[in-house]
Design a protein around this ligand. Structure first.
Ligand code: BGC
Length: 350
């Protein structure tokens, strides 16, 4: 009888533990599935969260803010315990984040900061300023800006102004390059240097291509264009399409930077049409977020490594910053193939 009772007790305990686990659900809101990186982010996180025993509601919002808001509302209605959000417009989610708060749901901003709200708990990202620094340093080194006389002709691009990352990327790169610009060693023939003018709303490849087409009219007189600062790969693709369309060849191709190591761009690196891409291993970020979700749901201390940088306009969000590196033709095999990020087949170029 005693034995039967303890068996019953164990069963009841196991069942309640089981249902408590089953109730733990994570909502993952991603901006779009039209860019390779977000597909990888979403897929990695879903797989890792599920492997850790959580139920996952993963949604992509087609880069439409209203869609993302209603997806998050539905996640809240569906009873999620934690929200992981990669926003489209970081400042546009205030109302739905208030609803999350009212329902005691903790929120992790994923990759992009959530701004102008007190209702975000943590931020997990790559060091965005460092992404820009890496791009600036790469250009400095490739053109030997420290020693060469120049001047070198540059054109500049920045990312979407509604994405706070874009300003960090730009600041990181421009802090390296600006002294050369002020000294006249870097020349921007179009005269377009301020963030608002060089920004591409929505990070679109076609828009970047159209702007580059326009900028190239300044070079129709045969002036050599030496470099184009591009914050990421979707813009770099538009830029290199434009340059190729205008007849630039591998003999005179400007140095173009990027970020994300999207497959098409890595192929361009192999071919010589893009010089580098900052590599943000989405597996690292996803794994970090899983640790944070885990800590939140267990009531443990959530791992962060930066409590100073990311002021969202209301407070400084406790953040975990992963470390970016860059890939170029010399190290991409080691970085992207040997680690299993891509297969050789995926990077095959004709
Ligand atoms: C991300 C970049 C990405 C860009 C466009 C940024 O917020 O940090 O990795 O290239 O958005 O999607």
């Amino acid at each position: 009888m005693k034995k039967l009772f303890s068996l019953l007790l164990v069963t009841v305990l196991l069942l309640s533990a089981g249902s408590a686990l089953a109730a733990q659900k994570v909502g993952v809101a991603m901006p779009t599935n039209s860019l390779q990186r977000w597909n990888q982010d979403g897929a990695n996180m879903k797989a890792e969260l599920e492997a850790a025993g959580y139920e996952v509601d993963l949604q992509y919002a087609n880069n439409d803010v209203a869609t993302q808001v209603s997806q998050i509302e539905n996640m809240i209605l569906g009873g999620v315990d934690v929200l992981v959000i990669a926003s489209i417009d970081g400042s546009a989610l205030g109302t739905v984040l208030q609803t999350a708060k009212d329902n005691d749901i903790e929120v992790i901003a994923y990759d992009r900061m959530l701004t102008d709200t007190p209702n975000v708990d943590y931020y997990a990202t790559f060091d965005n300023y460092k992404v820009g620094t890496i791009q600036g340093l790469f250009l400095e080194e490739k053109l030997d800006l420290k020693n060469a006389e120049g001047p070198f002709n540059f054109e500049l691009f920045a990312g979407s102004p509604d994405d706070s990352n874009a300003r960090y990327f730009h600041a990181g790169a421009w802090d390296i390059l600006k002294p050369y610009y002020e000294a006249g060693k870097i020349v921007v023939k179009s005269g377009q240097t301020d963030f608002e003018t060089i920004a591409i709303l929505g990070w679109g490849t076609d828009d970047a291509q159209a702007r580059m087409d326009n900028l190239l009219t300044n070079y129709a007189d045969g002036t050599k264009l030496d470099a184009v600062l591009s914050p990421n790969d979707s813009l770099a693709l538009g830029i290199t399409n434009s340059l190729q369309g205008a007849g630039y060849t591998l003999e005179n191709f400007p140095i173009v930077t990027g970020q994300d190591c999207d497959m098409t761009n890595v192929k361009n690196i192999i071919l010589g049409y893009q010089a580098m891409s900052v590599f943000k291993d989405t597996r690292t970020l996803a794994a970090q977020v899983v640790k944070m979700v885990d800590a939140i749901l267990r009531g443990d201390k959530v791992p962060v490594n930066d409590t100073e940088t990311y002021d969202n306009g209301v407070f400084v969000i406790p953040s975990f910053l992963c470390d970016p590196v860059f890939a170029d033709k010399d190290n991409y095999k080691e970085l992207l193939l040997d680690t299993g990020y891509y297969t050789e087949e995926q990077l095959k170029v004709e």
